[in-house]
Design a protein around this ligand. Structure first.
Ligand code: GUN
Length: 296
């Protein structure tokens, strides 16, 4: 087995969740603030239902009031936008999350554009992407890449000057991850399916983030010895015996023999995403109430 340190996402997420819960308790006590999060689920996607249930449970655990909206799969685009506009105007709701993916008749860009950027706790609105990219104040940062940054920082305190490679260029993970690592003064490469020599780009990285959704794509011989490896992939693959299991985008067994530190799947990035959503909801609520925002 490998020699890499395992980065324990469950533990780090539990620590962040505890801090968020404590900050919310004092906001309630001193400012009569109970943050509210609206969670909108459209249709019956089973994975989405699990994620949404988890988010609502975490709200409960930290003292955020959740407003769950489960809408039929055939809802009209306009009706969904009308719901969002209502949530934008509802003072009890500090954060709005519309679970993705959405059914085919819904225009996801229109949905994200309709959410008030200051309530956009997923950080997907173009205004928040622009704030993050330019350093303008008030950005709400997407939860998964922010969670990845906290995981990286738990092992690598001096990031300036390091080479970081991100495999994957999605708006949800790859691009905001690149912005966050650039803000930490890393030299950042975004690699993707058309990259000429993907293995070489990965091998150059002191910090490697894999977020492509390809099971075990990144093997140990793609990894620089001692690198910090963050695996965002959650892929369900068949195993002998007719069952399935979850694996990441990184081949854990070979990678952990080479890396300096590595996140497991499950138990790495996943738990951090929800903890960061709770953090973003608290931050959004503090900003809306013009309260000093906690450092989390
Ligand atoms: N679907 C997959 N990841 C996410 C996420 O971070 N937020 C939302 N809203 N939907 C998702």
């Amino acid at each position: 087995m490998g020699k890499a340190e395992i980065i324990d996402g469950r533990q780090l997420a539990a620590e962040l969740t505890r801090k968020v819960r404590d900050e919310i308790a004092s906001a309630r006590k001193f400012h009569r603030l109970t943050p509210g999060l609206a969670v909108v689920l459209v249709g019956e996607n089973e994975a989405s239902k699990v994620y949404v249930r988890n988010k609502v449970q975490q709200c409960e655990a930290v003292g955020i009031k959740s407003f769950a909206h489960h809408l039929p799969a055939d809802i009209r685009n306009d009706d969904l936008l009308t719901l969002i506009r209502g949530l934008n105007g509802d003072d009890r709701v500090n954060g709005i999350l519309v679970q993705l993916p959405l059914p085919a008749q819904i225009d996801p860009a229109a949905v994200l554009a309709t959410i008030d950027p200051d309530k956009d706790v997923d950080g997907f609105h173009v205004v928040n992407a622009g704030r993050l990219a330019t350093g303008a104040p008030g950005a709400l940062v997407p939860c998964t890449p922010y969670g990845c940054l906290l995981l990286i920082k738990s092992k690598q305190t001096a990031l300036a000057g390091l080479k970081a490679t991100i495999v994957g260029r999605s708006n949800i993970v790859g691009k905001p991850m690149a912005q966050l690592l650039l803000n930490e003064n890393c030299t950042v490469t975004i690699a993707h399916s058309k990259t000429a020599d993907l293995a070489a780009e990965c091998r150059a990285a002191d910090v490697l983030v894999a977020a492509v959704g390809k099971p075990r794509l990144v093997s140990g011989d793609w990894i620089k010895p001692g690198a910090t490896v963050i695996d965002v992939g959650i892929n369900r693959v068949p195993v002998p015996g007719g069952t399935t299991r979850l694996v990441g985008d990184v081949d854990f067994n070979s990678a952990s023999a080479v890396a300096g530190a590595i996140t497991p799947v499950p138990g790495g990035v996943g738990p951090m995403t929800v903890a960061c959503l709770m953090r973003n909801t608290l931050i959004a609520a503090c900003r809306q109430r013009h309260l000093e925002e906690p450092e989390l």
